[in-house]
Design a protein around this ligand. Structure first.
Ligand SMILES: NC(=O)c1ccc[n+]([C@@H]2O[C@H](COP(=O)([O-])OP(=O)(O)OC[C@H]3O[C@@H](n4cnc5c(N)ncnc54)[C@H](OP(=O)(O)O)[C@@H]3O)[C@@H](O)[C@H]2O)c1
Length: 374
């Protein structure tokens, strides 16, 4: 064990101002475990936090400075918890740590890692014993650390209305939905972390998938590597909703994972199937109706419906990640289907700034990872 704990901090004042510093390795108290962090994956939200732009949850304030990032894979090195008696066990963080089951509460947001609580871009961190899940053996640390936000959000978007344990899997001979011919269609927007996880989950579950992207190369990769049924370039085909209707013979998409936000939501409404679900997840094209930034100062009138839906998790299905029990359900599915998360690029711990900038540029396909230790 090194004597000190190296960690990155942000004053939420820009990616260039991230600082690498040292503290003492924290000691677990009763009900806590100390984890040696092996790998951290980045989410779009982490770049927002570091740039002071994560302002749409008006009840949250982090204080500064803050260790960024929420998603890590690591190993238990000390425990004061009866739940985790052994050291050497491989674990994953959960994002809103007190969200254990069912619907998220506003109070759960206060337990979010990497804002408002200190995050995981460090060599060591203490976690409450309830805020960890086991890593499936077949996944390496870089793959596993991609799951807590991106994959759980995709999983919740597809299965959130289903009872726990009865997730959608048309490849299961007992599945009721197997009767549906053609199979339900999932639409993913872009090829970032949430969308790629959604394409993998949906394909493994026997759904048809359509993907949009700004890049023809990424569309090819989604078709070849992830089994996407079809894809459309939203830069060259701005009216991509018409393509979705054509590709589904007018029926539309049954599950739309709305990661685009202000510029995409109306098109999603135009190409959703009757009775379909639009999961309001993200805001890559903006949070405001007419160029407003959608922050606390932007005012309710200017906030896009997509963000209004997600920030209180309302039906038009606003999505705020998912509870621990759903995460564990999803890990069972991943293991059964042997899904390997798509890691686009792995950066070293000292290269964290480059990793954040790489993610912010949007050239990635799937997830960007920072390796913290071997
Ligand atoms: N509510 C939740 O619980 C939750 C959880 C996770 C993420 N999110 C949000 O969901 C969004 C996606 O997150 P992420 O981590 O997957 O991001 P990411 O990995 O950074 O994904 C970025 C990709 O999205 C695509 N994109 C960019 N602008 C777009 C636009 N105008 N329309 C459609 N696609 C666009 C691009 O793909 P191409 O290069 O292929 O064009 C880009 O590479 C973010 O807004 C994030 O904050 C919310």
């Amino acid at each position: 064990m090194t004597a000190k704990n190296r960690q990155w901090t942000t004053k939420q004042d820009g990616l260039d101002n991230l600082e690498l510093g040292e503290t003492n390795i924290p000691e677990p108290k009763d009900g806590e475990v100390l984890v040696k962090i092996k790998a951290v994956s980045l989410n779009y939200r982490d770049t927002e936090v570091c740039q002071g732009e994560y302002t749409h949850h008006s009840s949250l304030d982090s204080g500064q400075p803050l260790v960024p990032c929420s998603d890590m894979a690591g190993e238990i090195v000390a425990s004061k918890s009866p739940l985790w008696k052994k050291t050497g066990v491989r674990v994953l963080s959960t994002f809103n740590q007190t969200h254990l089951t069912g619907q998220i509460k506003e109070s759960d947001l206060a337990s979010g890692l990497g804002f408002p609580l200190p995050g995981v871009l460090a060599q060591y961190r203490v976690f409450p014993d309830y805020a960890l899940v086991l890593v499936p053996d077949y996944l390496d640390d870089a793959e596993a650390c991609t799951l807590p936000i991106a994959a759980v959000t995709a999983w919740t978007s597809i299965n959130g209305f289903r009872p726990l344990g009865q997730y959608l899997d048309l490849t299961d001979p007992q599945a009721e939905d197997q009767e549906k011919k053609p199979p339900p269609v999932l639409l993913a927007q872009g090829t970032g972390g949430v969308s790629v996880a959604a394409l993998q989950i949906a394909h493994a579950a026997g759904l048809a998938t359509i993907v949009t992207s700004s890049s023809d190369d990424k569309l090819d990769r989604a078709r070849k590597d992830l089994g996407a049924s079809s894809g459309i370039n939203y830069r060259t085909h701005w009216e991509w909703h018409e393509f979705v209707l054509e590709a589904t013979e007018g029926a539309g998409a049954d599950y739309i994972l709305e990661t685009g936000g202000a510029d995409t939501l109306r098109r999603s409404f135009a190409c959703v199937a009757f009775g379909g679900t639009i999961a309001c997840i993200g805001y890559l094209s903006g949070k405001g109706e007419d160029g407003a930034d959608g922050g606390a100062e932007g005012g309710l009138n200017r906030l896009n419906v997509n963000v209004l839906a997600l920030r209180r998790n309302v039906t038009l299905k606003g999505i705020l990640n998912g509870p621990r029990d759903r995460f564990e359900e999803m890990l069972g599915f991943y293991e059964k289907k042997r899904i390997r998360p798509v890691v686009d690029k792995v950066f070293g711990f000292e290269e964290a700034k480059d990793a954040f900038k790489y993610l912010a540029e949007g050239a990635h396909f799937g997830k960007v990872v920072i390796k913290v230790a071997d």
